[in-house]
Design a protein around this ligand. Structure first.
Ligand code: DAH
Length: 338
């Protein structure tokens, strides 16, 4: 047997060991060059085939080709192993370390309070109604018995918009009371609704005022409705919301769309913590007959009451917040407390 045939097996073993020993992809490429590259040792062996005798050549050629195939598959296998290793993290993973927590989002405190107020009213059979924030003069004032020369308009002076070609000026609604009119225009009595929503006034921001704030309006229309129903309802909702030790007080007041009218004061351990015995939280009253006339309800048949609460005020009492502006700054240090 020629020396060439004798060389094949040891060369194969050496090549396989070399490929297996390559510790990264660079070393593997180098090993590939050493054995099967154009100047590799197996290639050199193939070049010697010509020097063999005619009888020896076929067997030797076959043997070399088999080795070449073996080396190529060993090369592919090692390459796959090394690629997998390269894709893995350099440092070992400690599976006992605590995971990275994703913080859960929450509802804004004003949304939470609004939802809770609505939930309390739902228990009494109130439905939620909605209306536009961009209102016309008529629904915001006139239909609520507040004509253009009425002094109450001054106290709610607001943001007017001038749409081209419109005679009736539009404005950002100053209160949710406009939705009372929109609902009564659309449906006959009886009515039992609450209307949470955003309102706008030309106020300067300070600890208790903001040009944008939120109200929840209520309207109840039926036969034989009394101030007693109003008081009972308000008391039920506030006890439900803020605890059974709250106290409610009605003070006579004036609103052009109710007669008689009241302001509602609220007292609880929470208000006393804020240094106040009583805090004003709402306006309310028995719906003025003129308002019923305007929407086409017969004031001889129908009676009702309405109210408007400030949602921020209730949230401030509930959480002991002393500056209304905190609600609008979106500071996570504040928001994450609720
Ligand atoms: N709209 C009044 C305000 O913004 C609050 C109010 C008072 C609403 C009396 C009412 C009501 O429905 O009957 O100050």
């Amino acid at each position: 047997m020629s020396s060439l045939l004798n060389d094949i097996e040891p060369l194969k073993q050496a090549a396989l060991a070399d490929l297996k020993a390559a510790s990264d992809l660079g070393a593997l490429e180098q090993a590939k060059g050493t054995w099967v590259g154009p100047h590799g040792k197996l290639t050199a062996l193939m070049k010697q085939l010509g020097s063999l005798s005619k009888e020896e050549r076929p067997a030797a050629g076959k043997a070399i080709n088999a080795v070449k195939a073996d080396l190529e598959s060993a090369l592919a296998q090692r390459r796959a192993e090394l690629e997998l290793k390269a894709a893995q993290p350099q440092h070992p993973v400690d599976f006992t370390l605590p995971g990275r927590r994703r913080t859960l989002g929450k509802l804004h405190p004003l949304t939470q309070v609004t939802d809770d107020i609505v939930r309390s009213f739902r228990k009494l059979g109130f439905a939620v109604a909605d209306g536009p924030e961009i209102e016309d003069d008529y629904h915001c004032f006139d239909a609520l018995n507040t004509p253009a020369d009425h002094p109450a308009r001054d106290t709610q002076d607001t943001f007017y918009l001038q749409p081209a070609g419109s005679a009736d000026p539009l404005l950002l609604r100053t209160h949710t009371s406009s939705v009372q009119i929109r609902v009564m225009e659309k449906q006959p009595p009886p009515i039992r609704i609450v209307v949470p929503g955003r309102v706008y006034r030309r106020d300067n921001a300070d600890a208790t005022h903001n040009p944008t704030f939120h109200q929840i309006e209520g309207l109840y229309v039926d036969r034989d409705v009394t101030v007693g129903d109003l008081k009972g309802t308000v008391e039920f909702v506030f006890k439900d919301l803020l605890g059974s030790d709250v106290r409610i007080r009605f003070r006579p007041h004036y609103f052009s769309y109710t007669e008689p009218s009241f302001e509602i004061d609220f007292s609880s351990p929470l208000t006393r913590k804020m240094g106040k015995d009583w805090l004003e939280i709402a306006g309310c009253g028995m719906v003025h007959p003129q308002v019923f006339e305007t929407v086409g309800y017969d004031p001889e048949t129908w009676t009702g009451w309405a109210f408007g609460f400030g949602i921020e005020r209730i949230a401030m009492i509930r959480y002991g917040i002393n500056d209304i502006r905190l609600f609008y700054e979106n500071d996570l240090r504040f928001l994450s407390q609720f």
